[in-house]
Design a protein around this ligand. Structure first.
Ligand code: MG
Length: 262
């Protein structure tokens, strides 16, 4: 395996021109059965607070809402790109700003779900999660999950007719306002707007591969001199993520140790 000390050295040598970017669930916060109970350990929080004083940018990029990510991490002084980058919550800000490229599309998904019959959908086991510009429909725990998924697929078709972009995950349908919503877009925007010369990204899931790809592309283009992609290994982690990484660490514990080297 590659030597972590040597790999992070360019970042550590010039923290004022470096960014530390990471996912939250499964990367900073251990995976728990109830996503609402996710929390970042106190020692990780303390370490991130120290890094935020030295590094040009310390940011979390997550599929959760930006405000939820900040609550889980527990630090106001970091930057949070929520909803895969559609929302940006900067240090000290109370409200996240929506990606300006969204324009009036920011409320398109909320407008769509507001017109649905939620009494009927709820009796079929579907429930709504309001994520602002993204609306998520879950059916985990439905009495008949297959039937509930059929309902969700019908809703996805309807939403697509209205110009929304349906995205299926595990027992969840996300209705997105635009197609280009992923962590790669968020990563590129954060790096180009802060003008750092090097960046590290840590993540544990498929969605984090887009951030890896964005970092690699920036490095090829000369947008950054140093790109460090870190895969957080777990039994559920996709094998591609590890193949594409410069470093593989064992779970949030391993990522904590790596942050300690920075
Ligand atoms: Mg994750």
């Amino acid at each position: 395996m590659n030597d972590p000390e040597a790999i992070v050295e360019p970042l550590r040598a010039d923290p004022g021109r470096a960014a530390i970017l990471c996912d939250v669930d499964g990367t900073l916060a251990p995976i728990v059965d109830d996503p609402a109970a996710a929390a970042v350990p106190a020692r990780t929080r303390a370490l991130l607070a120290m890094l935020a004083e030295r590094y040009r940018l310390v940011a979390c990029i997550t599929g959760r809402r930006a405000s939820a990510a900040r609550r889980i991490v527990g630090l106001d002084q970091l930057t949070y790109a929520g909803n895969h980058g559609l929302e940006l919550l900067r240090p000290g800000e109370v409200e996240p700003t929506l990606d300006p490229a969204l324009g009036h599309r920011g409320s398109a998904a909320a407008g769509f779900v507001a017109r649905l019959d939620w009494d009927r959908l709820a009796s079929a086991g579907l429930r709504l999660e309001d994520k602002g510009p993204i609306q998520a429909i879950h059916w985990r725990g439905a009495a008949d999950e297959a039937a509930a998924e059929q309902r969700a697929r019908a809703l996805a078709d309807l939403a697509a007719e209205e110009g929304l972009v349906p995205h299926f995950g595990r027992l969840v349908l996300e209705l997105r306002p635009v197609a280009e919503v992923h962590k790669g877009v968020a990563t590129r925007r954060l790096i180009t707007t802060t003008g750092v010369a090097g960046a590290l990204f840590g993540g544990d899931d498929h969605t984090d591969r887009d951030a890896f790809a964005a970092l690699r592309e920036l490095e090829r283009e000369g947008g950054v001199d140093t790109a460090v992609c870190v895969a957080i290994a777990s039994p559920e982690a996709p094998p591609q993520l590890q193949r594409e990484a410069d470093l593989v660490v064992e779970g949030p514990e391993g990522f904590f140790d790596l942050l300690g080297r920075l």
